[in-house]
Design a protein around this ligand. Structure first.
Ligand SMILES: Cc1cc2nc3c(=O)[nH]c(=O)nc-3n(C[C@H](O)[C@H](O)[C@H](O)COP(=O)(O)OP(=O)(O)OC[C@H]3O[C@@H](n4cnc5c(N)ncnc54)[C@H](O)[C@@H]3O)c2cc1C
Length: 296
């Protein structure tokens, strides 16, 4: 494995390098996905551009009532340990705390998790639930892309060859909200999800009526996705067991899982139903306990 190592000292310098090298230079953040592919010979690179010196991409910043901005280089450990994230996006903190194990969480970044575009990316469901916006930068300028439009397929995104993911912006959800992310693996650590399900529930004033329910899943289709038809079942309804059953069934219908070394398609469909039921109940309990703290 031989390649030229590029080590820009600023985002501006990195963008200039990416403009020149385009797809010939692969971006390295934590390297927990990229280096595995390079070592296994599944990917070839003339050059590798390390973002390690770009401290300007390593931040978690509250933007008050608007939401939270997270630099692409923030590690899973830092996301999981952040008080801001724990308060405002607890399901994202939960998801990052379930990526691999401590070593992977210390090295792996939120941006790398998204740009790698694995169907099993654990950070994707919570960010899909929150309608996150991604800032993609190039020497030509910046553009903002909704996370819903970012993934094109396994390991494929809308990133152009000269672009770098700079920031993930999580808008502030309105009202009383509870959310959770549940992941099923064959073991507790160092395991890619067999199925991951995130649910967010927004309550409508009272403790009973759901104004909105959102369901997002990983490892069940070529990209992480929202189960829009399953979500619609709860709109302006009081949550009852029959609705939970129906939504879990419909969410499974919206998935198109494959059979692979980790699980069969049939098992994955069963587990979507199980995790969906559990996640709805947990998100509902959290929404009911939600204290309307001001966002700082
Ligand atoms: C043992 C092991 C266990 C794992 N367990 C899990 C798990 O449980 N859940 C899970 O979701 N993942 C898991 N992973 C995968 C990986 O750790 C995560 O996806 C991690 O977040 C990748 O981040 P990184 O910074 O290491 O990315 P890198 O490997 O540096 O990059 C990944 C890809 O994204 C591109 N990229 C990175 N940053 C940017 C950027 N800012 N702009 C543009 N492109 C960029 C790179 O070019 C590359 O194509 C595991 C990996 C290993 C080796």
């Amino acid at each position: 494995m031989r390649f030229e190592l590029l080590q820009p000292r600023s985002l501006a310098e990195a963008l200039e390098m990416k403009k020149d090298y385009r797809e010939r230079a692969k971006i390295l953040a934590g390297g927990t996905d990229l280096l595995v592919l390079l070592k296994d010979g599944k990917l070839r690179a003339q050059a590798v551009m390390s973002l390690g010196r770009l401290s300007e991409l390593n931040f978690i910043r509250s933007e008050g009532e608007r939401g939270v901005a997270i630099g692409a280089l923030v590690s899973h450990s830092d996301v999981a340990a952040s008080r801001i994230i724990q308060q405002r996006c607890p399901d994202l903190a939960e998801a990052c705390a379930q990526v691999g194990a401590a070593q992977i969480q210390n090295l792996g970044t939120l941006g790398g998790n998204l740009c790698n575009a694995s169907p099993a990316a654990d950070a994707a469901p919570p960010l899909l639930l929150m309608d996150a916006l991604l800032t993609l930068a190039s020497a030509r300028g910046e553009r903002r892309v909704a996370i819903h439009d970012f993934f094109l397929g396994p390991r494929r995104t809308v990133l152009e060859p000269d672009e770098i993911l700079q920031e993930i912006f999580v808008p502030q959800p309105v009202g009383r909200r509870g959310a959770t992310y549940l992941k099923l693996g064959r073991r507790k650590a160092m395991e890619i999800a067999i199925v991951g399900v995130g649910v967010a529930i927004h309550l409508n004033g009272s403790d009973r009526i759901v104004s909105e329910c959102r369901i997002a899943m990983s490892s069940v289709a070529p990209t992480p996705l929202r189960a829009r038809r399953g979500e619609a079942i709860f709109a302006n309804q009081e949550i009852r067991d029959e609705l939970i059953e129906e939504a879990a069934e419909v969410a499974a219908e919206e998935a198109s899982p494959i059979s692979d070394v980790r699980a069969t398609r049939g098992y994955r469909l069963d587990m979507i139903r199980v995790l969906c039921r559990r996640a709805v109940r947990e998100a509902l309990a959290r929404a009911r306990n939600h204290k309307a703290e001001g966002w700082r």
